[in-house]
Structures are given as C-alpha cells and as structure tokens.
Design a protein around this ligand. Sequence first.
Ligand code: HAM
Length: 452
Amino acid sequence: MIRQISPKKVTKKRTNTKFEEQLVLQTVRGMRDILPGDQPYWQQVRKVLEKRAVEYGFARIDTPLVEFENIFTRPIGEGTDIVDKEMYSFRTKGGDQVSLRPEMTASICRAYIQHGMSILPKPIKLFSVGPVYRYDRPQDGRYREFYQTEFDIFGEIDPILDAQVMQIAHRVLKSLGINNVQFSVNSIGTTESRKEYLRLLKAYFRSKKAKIPAKYRDLIEANPMRIFDAKDDKCMQVCAGAPQAIDHLDKESRDHFKHLLEYLDELDLPYTIDPQLVRGLDYYTRTVFEIYATDADGKSHALGGGGRFDGIVEMFGGEPTPAIGFAFGIDRLIMEMKRVKAKKYQAPQPRVFMAQLGELAKKKSLKLFAEIEQAGVLVAESFGRGSLKTQLRHAGKLGVELTLIIGQQEALDETVIAKNMMTGTQETVAQRKIVNFVKKNLKESAKLVKSK
Ligand code: HAM
C-alpha cells in the first residue's frame, strides 16, 4: 500500500542552500493511472476501434498533445466552458503560448491544412485515439486527463455522411456490447443563417434577464447559445421558452436536416430530436448530436457527441471544406462496458511452460525460450525461481499443454524433458529439435481437445 500524502502537506525543507519539495506519491487531481487490471477493457476498445475504422475506410492520424493556444480558442470560441475555464495553457521557455489539447477536432483540421490533405480524393476519413485535457471539476466519469476517440470525414456536404458517422458510432457501441443506446440530434443552421436567430435569442434572454442567474448574464450578449449548456435549473426554465434554432433554419439547412432524419430512419438508429441541443463548442454548423446509454432506471450516461464543422478549415485559412465527425469519451465507454458487464479483451494464453534447474540449464533455457517464441508459440516461464516444484506448480496454474524441463543433466546432454500435461507422458528430446517437437506436439494436443 502506498502511503498517500495530501498535496496540502507538501512542505519545503531547507537542505544546504536549496529548497527541496517533498515527493507527493499521488497522481495529480483529475488524472489517474490505468492499471494492468483495467487494460483488457482498454485493449478491447482499441481493437474494436481499429477494426471498425478499417471497415469504414478511416485512416489513423495522431496529432501532438500540445498546439498553439489559438488553434483551440478560435474555433471553440470565447464564452465556452472549454476556452474560458478548462484549458491547460502556458508559455514555453521559447515564448510560445501553447495549450494541452482539450479536444482533437481543431488539431486534426490544423493537420489537414498543414499537410495539404485537400488535394487527396474526397472524402477524407480520419480517426484518432489519445488523451485530452480539460481543467474541469473532477467527479465520477469526469477527469482532467481523459481519452477520446474521434472519427471525422472531410470534403463532403451530403447529409448521408452525417448519417454514416452516426452509424459508425452506433456500430462501435454495439461491437463493445453497449446496446442500450440513444442519439439526440438537432440542427443549428449555418453561421450565416444563425445571425437572425441569435438576434431573436438575445432579445428573448434580455427580456428574461432577471430570471437568469448573474453568472450567466454576460453570455446573453457574448454567446447566448451557451446558456442552453448551463446545467442550472433557473437557466433551464428560461431556456424552455426560448426561440429554437431548428425553427429558424435556412432552406438548405432545413433540407439537410430532413434528409439526415430520413437516413436515420432508414438505418433504424434510435434517435430523438432535441431542439435545445447546441453542444458546448462554437464551431458546429447544421447537424449536432450526442450519444447516450440508458440504464435500467432510465438514467442517461453521455458517451460521445459530434456534428458538422463546415467552417473550421476555412477559418484556419484553408479552402472551404465541409466536415462532420464525432468523439467518444473512452473512459465513459469503459464505465458503460463495466456497467453492462461487456466482454473484455482476452489475452492469448501460453501453451508451453519452460522450467529449469541449475545455472547451465538457466542459460540454455533462455535461448530455447526465444527460439520457441520466434516460431510463434506462446511460452511462459518463471526464470527467477530456482525450485522445480514451484515452477511446475506455476505451469499447472497456467494450464499449459506442454512443460519443457531442463535439469543439470539435460543441460549437459543438450536435451529437454518434454512433459505432455494432458496425457502425463514424458519423453526426452534433443534441444536442436525442440521447436519442431513443440509444434508437432501442440498440433496433436489440439486434435485431442477437438475430439473430446
Ligand atoms: P465533446 O462533447 O466535448 O466533443 O467531448 C466528447 C466526449 O468526450 C463526451 O461526450 C464525453 O464522453 C467525453 N468527455 C468530455 N469531457 C470529459 C471529461 N472531463 N472526462 C471524461 N470524459 C469526457 C468534442 O470533444 C468534439 N471535439 C467532438 C467532435 C469530433 N466533433 C466533431 N468531431
């Protein structure tokens, strides 16, 4: 057990002329270790993501954790929680103002332009997996360092792609064993068509100013749509009567949304229209959606969200490029997998155990281990253990099919005792023939298991 020292107890101790801080053997608040016991869930998620990405034609992209700060602040927008409160930003020794990425979309758009991807055949489908950072208040399922996976499609405006990314999200969840899924979907129009809507929205919120808590009032003029995001009862009451973006769409956005809903019906995706859904990032245009899992008590758990971001590439100085995508919070996916007792990754089990007795045998077994492993056979060992009894007990626990024993005599004779753990039979084999012997023996034991 590691003794946990509260960060408050960090003291500075004078040693010679320097101050030395005491070590705090604890992760920073909101960040955590993902221990080996949990890794089978993470591995299962990675495996499913990579498989689905290939099937739907997505190529992987990895962008740095650190970008220039305005790569995020410009598209995500002032007045959003992410930009106003949650960015880890700092000036480097070289004087650059940078941030840890609070999301991946802006970075992927930057990479799209920087590497001239616009000349590639459209659509360009990219996916990514990795950590993101938000200085949010930590609680169950909400961390300051968390993991996202993102799927984005660049270069096509057709609403069929909006439906396709939602289909991929649904497919990923199903493959992970998460079936109780619901989408919320809305359209917030284009930046242009939203101007008139924003005027109406501001007028409405101004008329309700007294009912809006003081800390949200600045948003009325600065970014009125963000009031929809406020998790505050009073705001929610005011928002219930507010004009809705969906009633003020331009004709193209209305048609786009209508077609999207037709595709979703065709795909039989479980969705509801939520006219108050605006998403917490300013860059969205037209389609926005969120993905929830619902539990037996009807409680919803947010797993992911996305939408169109037709304006970011152009905002960054690239050609006008429509784009649509979504991200899942992987930590949330894993919480849900655990809740529904979904299948986790099963690591392949070793089929052979290598035991040794004495110094010379130890040396020989190290080399033989590598030879067998290079032939594609998973071998286990406990080289650090001297006692043959302990080693054989370990082999029994692992349930291997074959145990290879090199004692002092075998080490001198350059042989191995091979014990078939299923039949109990034992034979002596020359070390130089061991790889072929193991392969043949495992084939036979597989046949034996099949015939049982
Ligand atoms: P987002 O809704 O801000 O969207 O984040 C996506 C998901 O990340 C959330 O639905 C949630 O599952 C997870 N998440 C967010 N904050 C936390 C947290 N503090 N701890 C754990 N999980 C969290 C985006 O980030 C957009 N970039 C998505 C997108 C991709 N839009 C288009 N393409």
